[in-house]
Design a binder for this molecule. Structure first.
Ligand code: A2P
Length: 293
């Protein structure tokens, strides 16, 4: 049974969605089709992933009514600025084959030109007011970025999508989000994409604490990590291209972790991120242009 979360503007979002970060375009259509067939109703993509068109094709082919779907995508930094971000909405919606999005978020803060980040967010506010998007938000915003945005913004973001998994929990940002009614959404929720040079584990999938809890419940380590996120009120968007894993990752609504199990997972935080440091993102290094629809 799919659980839904209520965003700070009243919009309902399925708590669990399919992530397609690092899903190659040629594998995206099949992965999204498998997920929709299994009962997923939330897909998270991004202009920068280069697979919005394939997500849109799978959505179209599925025949699932648009109002049953929750489609989330992200504006890339090369499209920041007010007019540019309004235009970026059209590029993403065109590739996805939809007239509106359920959630549109800024993919990264651009610390080296934060004014452009704020202009981009103002465009999201306009798109929200015009009914082009049902909710707006941010991603990878750390405490300073979020504080500066909240000072300038009219609309409090509905979501902050962050790297959150047992080895990197970002509790300070999560707490600030929660204080402002901003939903924490976890990318890489099973930590599968990331690498931990110093921990002795390649990912928390092999962690002995996770392993012990997973055996106690007859669930996989990935399912335990997703459950840990969901029970802490987060949205989780695990990525897989393999139908059996896509199915497994959805099968997390029939068991519950005990308080001491949640606490044991809380202990695993290493404070080391797998993804890029948000403060280091620059247009010069990462700002490749997003093609037209
Ligand atoms: P694959 O696409 O080959 O299944 P996350 O979204 O947390 O970063 O996890 C994504 C990574 O974890 C991908 O490498 C994905 O590989 C792998 N993965 C996804 N689901 C599972 C699962 N249930 N068990 C093990 N690995 C998984």
């Amino acid at each position: 049974l799919m659980q839904t979360l209520t965003l700070n503007n009243g919009v309902q979002m399925p708590a669990l969605g399919l992530g397609v970060f690092q899903t190659p375009p040629e594998e995206t259509r099949a992965a999204v089709a498998a997920a929709l067939d299994l009962g997923y109703r939330h897909v998270d993509t991004a202009a920068a992933y280069g697979n919005e068109r394939e997500v849109g094709q799978a959505i179209h082919d599925s025949g699932v009514p648009r109002d049953e779907l929750f489609i989330e995508t992200k504006v890339w930094i090369s499209d920041y600025g007010y007019d540019e971000t309004l235009h970026a909405f059209g590029k993403s919606a065109g590739k996805l084959g939809v007239d509106h999005l359920d959630l549109l978020i800024l993919h990264q803060p651009l610390p080296s030109d934060f004014g452009k980040t704020l202009d981009a967010y103002r465009a999201l506010e306009t798109l929200l007011a015009d009914g082009k998007v049902r909710a707006i938000g941010v991603s990878n915003f750390m405490v300073d970025h979020l504080s500066a945005l909240l000072d300038a913004a009219t609309v409090v973001p509905a979501v902050n999508q962050l790297e959150i998994h047992p080895y990197f929990q970002q509790r300070e940002v999560q707490a600030l989000d929660s204080r402002h009614g901003i939903l924490n959404q976890a990318w890489s929720p099973i930590g599968g994409i990331t690498f931990y040079r110093d921990s002795g584990h390649t990912s928390a999938l092999d962690d002995p604490v996770i392993g012990e809890i997973s055996r106690a419940h007859g669930k996989s380590p990935a399912q335990v990590m997703l459950r840990w996120g969901l029970q802490q009120g987060r949205s989780v968007i695990p990525k897989s291209t393999k139908p059996e894993r896509i199915a497994q990752n959805l099968d997390v609504f029939d068991f519950e972790l005990a308080a001491d199990e949640l606490a044991a997972i809380d202990e695993l935080d290493t404070g080391k991120r797998g993804g890029p440091e948000p403060e280091s993102i620059t247009l010069a290094q990462f700002g490749r242009p997003i093609p037209e629809a």
